[in-house]
Every structure is written in structure tokens, then in C-alpha cells.
Design a binder for this molecule. Structure first.
Ligand code: SF4
Length: 84
């Protein structure tokens, strides 16, 4: 199993927990949280809610545990991901 894509639903409270767990993927902004372009096929820094870009290369495998830990740490459960 690997994580194929990660995105942030509406409602982020900018608590920083996800970035603390997995800074390779998550970057908190003034108003929400981005999925870093460096780990995405489209290279865009955004919530990835509209783009739904897949993770690039082996990131979905290499960062699987860290992404799951970050999602579990989110107090408002807005970090979503698909696995395949
Ligand atoms: S853990 Fe959740 S609420 Fe906190 S910054 Fe990340 S996405 Fe936002």
C-alpha cells in the first residue's frame, strides 16, 4: 500500500500539528495548510483540494507513515488521503 494523493479539506485551524509530524509534505500558511509542491506531480504549493495532484515518485511509499501520523494529529480531521 502507498498513499497516492493527499489534500486538505476546508476547516484547517492552522494549529501546525501536521507540519510538526511531517514537514516534507505539510506547510502551514497564514490561513490554511498546503501540501508541498516538492512532493506532488504538479509541483504546486496548495491545499490540493482542487488540483487533486498525485504524490510524485516514491513519496507515497516513503512518507506513508508520516502522512498517516500527521492526519491522525489533526484536531479537526481535515487531512484526507487516498491509498492504493
Ligand atoms: S493539523 Fe489540521 S488543523 Fe492543524 S494545521 Fe494541519 S491541517 Fe490545519
Amino acid at each position: 500500500m502507498a498513499i497516492t494523493k493527499v489534500w486538505i479539506e476546508e476547516g484547517c485551524i492552522v494549529c501546525n500539528a501536521c507540519e510538526a509530524e511531517c514537514p516534507d509534505v505539510f506547510h502551514v500558511t497564514d490561513s490554511s495548510c498546503n501540501v508541498n509542491g516538492a512532493v506532488r506531480e504538479d509541483g504546486v504549493d496548495s491545499e490540493n483540494r482542487d488540483e487533486m495532484s498525485p504524490l510524485s515518485g516514491s513519496n507515497g511509499t516513503d512518507l506513508e507513515a508520516a502522512i498517516e501520523a500527521a492526519a491522525a494529529s489533526c484536531p479537526v480531521e481535515v487531512i484526507k488521503f487516498d491509498k492504493a
